[in-house]
Design a protein around this ligand. Structure first.
Ligand code: PLP
Length: 406
């Protein structure tokens, strides 16, 4: 067996599962963009995976109060009763799904919640169906629990949405779960009720669990509404672990609060696991999250409207530029730009063979940072996050236009 060598000291090999985890494919370009900015270069960034808004004041005030009131100790491992009740109220009001506090597990961010959900559902060797394009972390998280990702690709012509038939074809006797992310990062697509019902029918018939990441539930446009997977019937709800959190809707990414809603049995398994691994989520952030969920919701609507205006602008601009195109996203704050027509071309002396090449050339010659989607299971696409000001979006689009003429 090969050994790890550290400063001449020979050690045993590290764990295979952990060592196989890949560094995020978006990191290289992100690091370069940060370096350029640090060097004083005026880069316009479209890589943000979080709202650019500040956390609303009434939420921050609740955190201040929690500190002043000495709410600074451990809480129950899976969150305070106050927060669990607030989560249940909001789920009922926004999505029409009823859960009790004993079915809620709070943890340190929705990302960690996906990990905990996988921990509860799968053993090494189990298969997990993952529709592509996908959020990069899912793929690595599946591998981190020793399971096998089964990627099902939904192309642009299918509006990046997996069909029930595709799901059915991907299921084997080893399939334990499906990860569904709706509204979707990176595509911005939102499944219709009919599409979800067809998928749910397959999950029930084939007896598989569903991890439904609904973190962008509140960010949908054109008057549309996102349907919560668990709302599709008792047999669907029983096999669903709903993942959500305060990060995206309330601009609270740094507060690290996410939650899981499931059957009591699943909640118990996740709870036991958490009690030994994280202890409890931050007491102060939990108090702030209660204020977010129970307080006035007009801040959510204001941010949603700002995102919608930016979406309309960026989609309009991309649509008017030769050589690139995009579908109009209906949710989240990302747009996937198709650059397949540019592959094989040379722009500013750089041969464009992939979306990685494109993003790298656009950064170096156009001073615009985007995220290439090869790592998201969508080679030929570049993701723009419109979680940035309209001024920045205008500047970025002007630069894209100029870059493509070069
Ligand atoms: C941002 C994001 C999350 C995560 O959020 P936390 O900050 O960990 O709560 C989860 N899923 C998707 C798809 C996301 O884009």
């Amino acid at each position: 067996m090969p050994e790890t060598i550290f400063g001449g000291i020979i050690l045993k090999e590290l764990a295979q599962i952990a060592s196989a985890v890949q560094v995020s494919s978006t990191m290289a370009i992100d690091a370069l963009a940060k370096q350029m900015k640090a060097d004083g270069v005026d880069v316009v960034g479209f890589g943000a995976g979080e709202p650019d808004f500040d956390t609303p004041d009434h939420i921050k005030a609740a955190a201040d109060k929690a500190i002043a009131d000495n709410v600074t100790r451990y809480t129950p491992a899976t969150g305070t009763m106050a927060l669990k009740q607030a989560v249940c109220r909001r789920m009922e009001e926004d999505r029409g799904v009823g859960y009790g506090p004993s079915q809620v597990v709070v943890s340190s961010g929705a990302k960690h919640c996906v990990y905990i959900a996988l921990r509860a559902l799968v053993d090494p060797g189990d298969e997990v169906v993952l529709p592509a394009p996908f959020w990069v972390s899912y793929l690595e998280l599946i591998k981190m629990v020793g399971a096998k990702p089964v990627v099902v690709t939904a192309g642009e012509s299918a509006r990046f949405k997996m069909t029930a038939e595709q799901l059915c074809a991907a299921i084997t006797p080893r399939t334990k779960a499906l990860i569904l992310n709706d509204p979707c990062n990176p595509t911005g697509m939102v499944y219709s009720r009919e599409e979800l019902e067809a998928i749910a029918k397959v999950c029930v018939e084939k007896d598989i669990y569903v991890i439904s990441d609904e973190i962008y539930h509140g960010l949908v446009y054109d008057g549309a509404k996102s349907v919560s997977f668990a709302s599709l019937g008792d047999d669907v709800k029983a096999r669903t672990i709903l993942v959500d959190g305060v990060s995206k809707s309330y601009a609270m990414t740094g507060w690290r609060i996410g939650y899981l809603l499931s059957s009591e049995k699943i909640a118990r398994v996740m709870s036991n696991f958490l009690s030994h691994s994280t202890g409890s989520p931050s007491s102060i952030s939990q108090a702030a999250s209660v204020a977010a969920l129970d307080g006035p919701q007009d801040c959510v609507e204001q941010m949603r409207r700002a995102f919608e205006e930016r979406r309309d602008y960026i989609v309009g601009r991309i649509g008017a530029i030769d050589g690139v195109s995009c579908l109009k996203p209906q949710g989240a704050f990302y747009v996937m730009m198709n650059i397949e027509g540019l592959l094989g071309r040379t722009i500013h002396g750089e041969l464009i063979r992939s979306s990685d090449d494109f993003s790298s050339a656009l950064l170096q010659h156009g001073l615009v940072a985007t995220v290439p989607c090869g790592g998201f299971g969508a080679p030929g696409f570049v993701r723009w996050s419109y979680s940035t000001s309209l001024d920045n979006i205008q500047k970025g689009m002007d630069r894209l236009e100029a870059f493509l003429k070069g």
